[in-house]
Design a binder for this molecule. Structure first.
Ligand SMILES: [Zn+2]
Length: 314
């Protein structure tokens, strides 16, 4: 327990040394614009990252990190330290690797499958990840895909999600934070509309309150009751909106429209020495208290909704 709340962090990235299969963003940038220009792009991102860490008082990620096994044990210690119920690793190397790491602390960790829904045999891989590896959800980065998210080629993948009743977390909006990717055919959460309509039996989750796409996310949630949001990260994107937004206002807007049953707490934590980004939890509890949210509403957001989607006992 943290204070008197059960907490499930629905959005954490395991800081794996092994990268997910496929080319990294920077490899792709080098292929597109060459080494020198990719270096300039990388410097732009670094400048934004430094500014963000300064604003939040976050330390720099370790230059040398220990083995993934040790990182898993450090994460298990974070779960104990803050009295968390569970953390959900939405990525962490490839599916086999993350399943292996989750297996070190199965009472504390939950793993999601993460692979391109348009790769060959993507549906079979999701089925294997769930049925054999014990993954309990599926993570997709929409602006990293080469095809439109609602392309029917990927429908067999959503069919597997329906069969196993697993939640699907799909990132929309700027990818890679400041200096990242802000323009892509899959940038808007409304790209999920046709998929969410075709699969009303699948629970989809749009992270970071929609990551700038507030209007699109609200429209999507209004059209499709099977769409949820998570609250993860610093939500620094509110700085880059033409209107004045705060996380507290986001909470109020989403509570007023989609309701407490479809909002899931997350932090987007990953690296050490930061570990669990407790500041987001503290800030968001304060925001909810200031909004006058009662214990039941807060408990839904902080753990119960996640437990329901993940089919954990409450
Ligand atoms: Zn994330």
């Amino acid at each position: 327990m943290y204070q008197d709340f059960r907490i499930i962090d629905f959005h954490v990235h395991f800081p794996a040394r092994r990268r997910p299969v496929g080319r990294s963003d920077w490899q792709q940038a080098v292929e597109k614009v060459g080494q020198r220009r990719a270096g300039l792009l990388r410097a732009q991102s670094r400048a934004y990252n430094l500014e963000w860490r300064r604003a939040w008082g976050f330390p720099a990620p370790e230059a040398e990190s220990p083995s993934d096994e040790e990182q898993a044990d450090r994460w298990a210690a974070e779960v104990d330290r803050y009295g968390l119920d569970k953390v959900v690793f939405v990525t962490g190397g490839d599916n086999d690797h993350l399943a292996y790491l989750v297996g070190r602390h199965p009472d504390k960790f939950i793993g999601f499958a993460h692979h391109d829904p348009f790769e060959e045999d993507a549906a079979a891989e999701l089925e294997r990840a769930v049925a054999e590896l014990g993954m309990r959800g599926y993570k997709v980065l929409a602006p990293a895909l080469d095809r439109d998210l609602d392309d029917e080629v990927a429908f067999p993948v959503w069919e597997v999600a329906a069969k196993y009743e697993i939640p699907v977390l799909i990132h929309f909006g700027i990818m890679g934070a400041g200096g990242g990717l802000a323009y892509h055919p899959n940038i808007s959460p409304l790209k999920l509309h046709n998929v969410a309509k075709a699969f009303p039996d699948v629970n989809f989750v749009v992270p970071h309150f929609g990551c700038t796409y507030i209007f699109d996310t609200l429209q999507l949630c209004w059209a499709c009751r099977n769409v949820h949001v998570d609250t993860s990260g610093s939500n620094q994107w509110i700085r880059w909106m033409p209107q004045e937004w705060t996380v507290q206002r986001l909470y109020r807007k989403y509570l007023e429209t989609i309701g407490a049953d479809r909002i899931l707490f997350g932090t987007d934590s990953s690296w050490f020495p930061r570990g669990f980004a407790v500041r987001y939890l503290q800030d968001q509890i304060r925001d909810l208290v200031y909004l006058g949210a009662g214990h039941e509403t807060m408990q839904k957001i902080l753990a119960d909704n996640a437990a329901r989607l993940l089919k954990l006992e409450t």
